[in-house]
Design a protein around this ligand. Structure first.
Ligand SMILES: [Zn+2]
Length: 181
C-alpha cells in the first residue's frame, strides 16, 4: 500500500477527510512514507538546504555546507543540531500567578514557587515553537536529539555522506556564556 503525496500532504495539514485518515492510521506504514513526508516538507519551505528530519511543526534539522543545523521554516538558523536550539530562541517565562493565570485560570493555576512555564519563540518569525512546564530553575529541556546517522543508515538504509559524532553539545553554548560573565 502506498499513498499519494497529495493525500499525505492533506493528512499532515489536517484537511484529509476522517474516513481516509482512519484508513491510513489503520494500515501498516508504506515503505516510502518518510521520503514522501520529507518531500512535502521540502516543498513547503523557501530555502534550499536539505531537510534531514523535522523536530516540530516549524523547525527541522537540515544539511548546510556539510554541517547539520536546526532551522525554522522562516529561514532562521539556530546552530548545530546537537546544541539545544532553545538556548538561541526568544523565551517568555510565566513565573508568577498573573502570567500563569492567563493560561491556567483559577484552581488550575500551578504554584509559581514550584513550577514555571516557558514559551520558546523563533527570533526570525515569532512563531511559538515549544512550550515547557518545568520546576523553577530547571535547565531548558533538550527534548529531541535524534541520532540522524543511525536513523538514515540502519532504519532507512540510505546512509548520509558526512557522518557526525553523536553527542549533546549544549554545554558548549553555556560554556561560552560563562566566559562572557
Ligand atoms: Zn521562524
Amino acid at each position: 500500500m502506498s499513498y499519494s503525496k497529495e493525500d499525505l500532504r492533506d493528512l499532515y495539514n489536517g484537511t484529509l477527510p476522517w474516513g481516509q485518515v482512519k484508513e491510513i492510521m489503520s494500515n501498516p506504514k508504506d515503505d516510502d512514507r518518510f521520503d514522501k513526508y520529507i518531500e512535502i516538507l521540502q516543498e513547503s519551505v523557501l530555502w534550499e538546504e536539505r531537510i534531514l528530519m523535522p523536530l516540530g511543526e516549524h523547525i527541522f534539522v537540515v544539511e548546510k555546507d556539510g554541517e547539520r543545523i536546526t532551522k525554522c521554516d522562516c529561514g532562521h538558523e539556530f546552530g548545530d543540531w546537537r546544541q539545544n536550539w532553545k538556548l538561541n530562541a526568544l523565551i517568555y517565562v510565566r513565573d508568577d500567578r498573573v502570567k500563569l493565570e492567563e493560561i491556567y485560570p483559577g484552581i488550575r493555576c500551578p504554584d509559581p514557587d514550584i513550577c514555571e512555564v516557558r514559551e520558546y519563540y523563533c527570533p526570525g518569525c515569532g512563531a511559538l515553537l515549544k512550550v515547557e512546564s518545568v520546576p523553577v530553575g530547571h535547565p531548558p529541556l533538550f527534548e529531541i536529539l535524534p541520532d540522524i546517522d543511525v536513523f538514515y543508515r540502519e532504519w532507512l538504509g540510505t546512509p548520509l555522506k558526512h557522518e557526525k559524532e553523536f553527542k549533546d553539545r549544549t554545554y558548549e553554548v553555556t560554556r561560552e556564556w560563562g566566559k562572557e560573565t
